[in-house]
Ligand binder design. Structure first.
Ligand code: 5GP
Ligand code: ZN
Length: 137
């Protein structure tokens, strides 16, 4: 646990939360500022600041957990879909620096929550990006 990390305290039960699911490694809670009805957060109990720091064995459990919760929430809340959102870095909108994945239920006819205007690119730019990223893998 990291001192002064709010999600460490919530995940480990030091601060109470509306908990949808808990096991040895994770707690899934309702977001206190929900983007939609049922907006939930998957929190590992160990502290990792973001995806790049996340232990691979823990990472391997996140998507199955999102599947389990998303499936249950679809039935329980009658949502018509859901988004998985996972922000890394302040520039990406991460406000709590303890890895978490959002599960955001979506309701037909509801507001746009995760959307962007398609931009423009070129063959040259894509080739530069591919070369740069592949060099770091
Ligand atoms: P981020 O922007 O870092 O991806 O998302 C942080 C999320 O955590 C936000 O949606 C925010 O509403 C939620 N949040 C921040 N503090 C608390 C808290 O103390 N309790 C709960 N349940 N959610 C929180
Ligand atoms: Zn933490």
């Amino acid at each position: 646990m990291k001192k002064d990390c709010i999600f460490c305290k919530i995940a480990n039960g030091e601060i109470s939360s509306a908990t949808l699911y808990e096991d040895d490694e994770f707690r899934v809670i309702l977001d206190m500022g929900p983007a939609s009805r049922g907006h939930a957060l998957i929190l590992p109990k160990e502290h990792y600041s973001d995806l790049c720091q996340l232990d691979e064995a823990v990472a391997a459990r996140v998507l199955p957990l999102a599947k389990k919760l998303g499936t249950a929430m679809t039935k329980a809340l009658n949502c018509d879909g859901f988004n998985l959102v996972q922000n890394n870095g302040e520039a990406a909108g991460q406000t709590v620096l303890h890895f978490h994945m959002h599960i955001i239920p979506r309701y037909a006819g509801g507001p746009k929550i995760v959307a962007w205007e398609p931009g423009k690119t070129s063959d040259e730019e894509r080739a530069q990006i591919v070369e740069a990223v592949r060099a770091e893998l």
